[in-house]
Design a protein around this ligand. Sequence first.
Ligand SMILES: CC(C)(COP(=O)(O)OP(=O)(O)OC[C@H]1O[C@@H](n2cnc3c(N)ncnc32)[C@H](O)[C@@H]1OP(=O)(O)O)[C@@H](O)C(=O)NCCC(=O)NCCS
Length: 188
Amino acid sequence: MDPFWTSLSKYEISGYSIRSLTKEDRDEIFEFLQENSDYFLLENGRLPRDTDGQTFVTDLPPNKQPSDKFAISVDLDHRIAALVEIVRDYPEEHIWWIGLLLIHPSYRGIGLGGRICRLLEQLVCLMRGNEIRLGVLAKNIPGHHFWKRMGFTHIQTKHGMVIGEKTHTVHVMAKLLEQSASQKELTF
Ligand SMILES: CC(C)(COP(=O)(O)OP(=O)(O)OC[C@H]1O[C@@H](n2cnc3c(N)ncnc32)[C@H](O)[C@@H]1OP(=O)(O)O)[C@@H](O)C(=O)NCCC(=O)NCCS
């Protein structure tokens, strides 16, 4: 098993369970994306299709391998409460890229996103990563506030990024991680 999954299995978000997603979970992911059509529409300019469940697991950034990508579900009562996509060593070695953090509308604003973010930071440190980056759609003002609150800072703006049927301006945000960060805190 990849060391990422071995390490993740030692972490816990109390009240929730964490699992790795595979193509077998495509229908469940599709259903979750439908329940999150507000964000999906903002990003893609269309509603989710049944193929988007599988795409969430298989889609890769340029020049990356499937083994570099981790599709994670944070579950409550055996249902997806949040989806996370994170990619190792992208766009450069020791930088990890969060492709998506999506909390179900019923569970937003109660601290779950923050707990997941802190867990990812600890995990990336453990994997010898020293920075996390992500892209926030310029139109996603709440998302931008959230990442700023999590300590991310704006490093670049990219124009003309095509996602689904939309062309976006995307703000790239980054957070440098302290390798000394305590790894004792395994529960979030
Ligand atoms: C953005 C998102 C991930 C935040 O997760 P969340 O669980 O709702 O956020 P939390 O409740 O953990 O909030 C963590 C902190 O961020 C702040 N925050 C969260 N949403 C915010 C908003 N809309 N405006 C301002 N601050 C916000 C909170 O106030 C909190 O700060 P505090 O610790 O001082 O109280 C979630 O709302 C979501 O999934 N949104 C839709 C998809 C999305 O935009 N994802 C990000 C794509 S880049």
